[in-house]
Design a protein around this ligand. Structure first.
Ligand code: SF4
Ligand code: SF4
Length: 241
């Protein structure tokens, strides 16, 4: 059996009651296939029960455990110790909350506030299109679905928004823009004009610098910048909208 790693985790702590932030170092031994959420749990059990962090499904499906590890937004439940050591070439990890909303405590951020930007784009069908088929169900063809199915893997982990420098400067943010682009591509939606109005507003796509950091960090390997690029290129503009 391979020897465990000796890790140094330098975690950004925040106590909102003081209020104060500081970096605290934890040294621990860990097996190679432990995940970073396991490390946080180990810290709680063996070293410091006061460290606050967030997770829910721990299967990379809910997006609640996003943190920055050595500056890169990632899902803590998905990252194995051996993968992290290989990727960053070190056993020393600086772990910080993702910077998309105020910190509640330590690694926990206010997701309700982060979701406000997603809610602003109405990530659901606003105005149902007329069903072209004589059926109670609207059948989306495989060809139509192919245009946006990739984006339906989004779990709103906000890793892309955390990596995007523009999302801290009045931009709706990559995942919110993509959520609206998906509904425009969805043939069941008729509210394209209403959607484009927001996407071409001051907080819309022209805030994006096409750096592609969003696509680079997405744990679901979605090319987020591609969907933003479609809007920027005017792919959905018609005389009516
Ligand atoms: S697009 Fe990717 S990085 Fe952005 S919120 Fe969705 S899953 Fe997370
Ligand atoms: S490509 Fe645009 S949305 Fe994506 S990270 Fe860069 S500025 Fe943000």
């Amino acid at each position: 059996m391979k020897a465990p790693y000796r890790l140094k985790l330098i975690i950004k702590r925040t106590d909102p009651d003081i209020p104060k932030s500081w970096y605290q170092t934890y040294e621990l031994e860990a097996g190679r296939i432990l995940r970073f959420t396991d490390l946080f749990r180990k810290i709680n059990q063996d070293l410091d029960p006061t460290l606050a962090w967030n997770s829910s499904c721990e299967h990379a499906q809910c997006g609640s455990c996003s943190v920055k590890i050595n500056g890169r937004p990632m899902l803590a439940c998905e990252l194995l110790v051996e993968t992290a050591v290989a990727r960053f070439g070190t056993t020393r990890f600086v772990i910080e909350p993702i910077n998309i909303a105020p910190v509640v405590r330590d690694l926990v951020v206010d997701f309700e506030q982060a979701y406000e930007r997603v809610h602003r784009v109405k990530p659901y069908i606003i105005q149902p299109a007329q069903n072209p088929n004589d059926s109670s169900q609207y059948m989306v063809s495989p060809r139509e679905l192919e245009r946006y199915v990739e984006a339906t893997r989004c779990i709103n982990c906000f890793c892309c928004a955390s990596a995007c420098i523009s999302s801290h400067r009045g931009f709706l943010g990559p995942n919110a823009v993509m959520a609206s682009a998906v509904r425009i591509l969805d043939p069941r939606e008729d509210a394209t004009a209403e959607r484009l109005k927001l996407l071409y507003s001051d907080e819309g796509v022209y805030r994006c610098h096409t750096s592609r950091a969003c696509s680079h960090v997405c744990p679901k390997e979605i090319d987020v910048a591609h969907f933003i690029g479609l809007i920027k290129a005017g792919a959905f503009q018609t005389e009516d909208n």
